[in-house]
Write a protein that binds this ligand. Structure first.
Ligand code: ADP
Length: 396
């Protein structure tokens, strides 16, 4: 459903004005701003006895959303005659935190690129990238996942896609071939594993890897995406630097295990992202501990807290710790990411990480809009930036 734009040509109805006034000071606590400041309430559409209120949030990943929606509904009901039917639709209009990242007209409108990086392989970078993408998609946002990890492209396995699957191509409006991503678990996917024989790719030189990664950014019909999560090649060297320099990135998530070496990894990642002025959205400590199902005791196999301490020392946000969990590994091997099963304990860790990431990006986008003094919400036909409604209205 698209937002009705009739308000652009008709004067705003008295009920709509009353509703907007009544809701103006309702706060989005995660962002410290109210609905009026964030321009979240376009004119309500009044048709006879029916009033359609459209609440346009900066992201669907706000834990306070049900509470905000309830407040809007109650405030609206209090100011309109009781014979009117009030329907509340919740939309999200995710804005870019940085200049648009990949923008090929009519092909791709990727608003926020999120890099998931680690100092070395095997720490769970792909696991975090996969589950972050799925957790964001489950909120109702449009999400893509680009697997640029040429040394071990595990995204096809983690999504249960045979890496020999054929990628289809289409022509863009300039007649150039572009690749169609594969969609699974609500996420649009492209992996270097779909495109090349990974055994031969293992011996590629850095510039070849960087160039193949760039092709996946630019020659894939990503369409409208709120977030494009990128599973980076492990390490913090030239390849990673080249990718980070060539794409406009909203922020990076650094994944680490808890050992002392984690400190060195996080320091290296920070210095790399600082060089290219990419904000670090936070640090995740993976394989943080293990709870034995036999004795229920917590075992800290690789010690514990190293990444958290490193993050604190460097003034970086700590996004959370993920335990070693057999279910998590099994889910990854079977192509069903933990975040896809909302009741799994692992899903709760990834949901919390996804929410923090989305909120920080929304905050950065708001700051950017305030600096440039541009209106924050555009409601204009089928252009990029059209708010998207979740499958069903939250309240009726
Ligand atoms: P990387 O991308 O850093 O190389 P992966 O995400 O591919 O690491 O993880 C390496 C292996 O460890 C995979 O088999 C994955 O399923 C497993 N794994 C990662 N994180 C966890 C965890 N928290 N609990 C259990 N297994 C995990």
């Amino acid at each position: 459903m698209e937002l009705n734009t009739q308000s652009e040509i008709q004067p705003e109805n008295e009920f709509s004005i009353a509703i907007r006034r009544a809701c103006a000071s309702i706060l989005i606590p995660e962002l410290g701003k109210n609905l009026e400041e964030l321009n979240c309430l376009p004119p309500a559409v009044v048709e006879g006895k029916n009033i359609n209120i459209n609440l346009v949030l900066p992201t669907f990943a706000l834990p306070s959303e049900p509470h905000i929606a309830l407040q809007v509904r109650n405030a609206a009901i209090a100011v309109v005659p009781s014979k009117m039917n009030v329907t509340l639709n919740v939309f999200a209009d995710v804005k870019p935190a940085t200049e648009q990242s990949i923008y090929t007209p009519k092909i791709a409108d990727v608003r926020n690129v999120i890099l998931v990086a680690s100092g070395k392989g095997g720490v769970g970078k792909s696991t975090v990238a996969t589950n972050l993408a799925v957790a964001l998609a489950r909120t109702g946002c449009q999400v893509g996942l680009l697997d640029a990890d040429v040394y071990g492209p595990s995204i096809p396995t983690m999504f249960g896609i045979d890496s020999s699957q054929k990628i289809e191509g289409i022509k863009d409006e300039k007649g150039q071939s572009i690749m169609l991503p594969i969609e699974k678990h609500g996420v649009k996917l492209m992996s270097i594993g779909f495109l090349v024989d990974t055994e031969s790719a293992m011996v590629w030189r850095g510039p070849m890897i960087a160039s193949a990664s760039m092709q996946m950014f630019q020659q894939v019909a990503w369409g409208n995406l709120d977030y494009l999560v990128v599973d980076m090649p492990p390490g913090t060297g030239d390849i990673q630097l080249t990718i980070a320099q060539k794409v406009s990135v909203a922020g990076a998530v650094v994944v680490s295990t808890p050992q002392d070496v984690a400190l060195a990894d996080v320091v290296r990642a920070k210095s790399m992202f600082d060089r290219v002025k990419i904000p670090i959205l936070g640090v995740v400590e993976n394989m943080s501990y293990f709870i034995c199902d036999g004795c229920d005791k917590r075992h800290e196999i690789f010690t514990h807290g190293g990444a958290k301490k490193s993050a604190e020392r460097m003034n970086l946000k700590f996004l959370g710790e993920i335990p070693l969990e057999v279910n998590l590994r099994e889910g990854s091997d079977r192509g069903i990411p933990a975040a896809f099963k909302p009741k799994s304990t692992a899903a709760t860790y990834f949901n919390a990480i996804a929410q923090q990431v989305a909120i920080d990006i929304a905050r950065a986008a708001i700051e950017k809009a305030e600096e440039s003094d541009l209106p924050q919400i555009t409601i204009t036909g089928a252009e990029p930036g059209v708010p998207k409604k979740r499958g069903l209205p939250v309240l009726q």
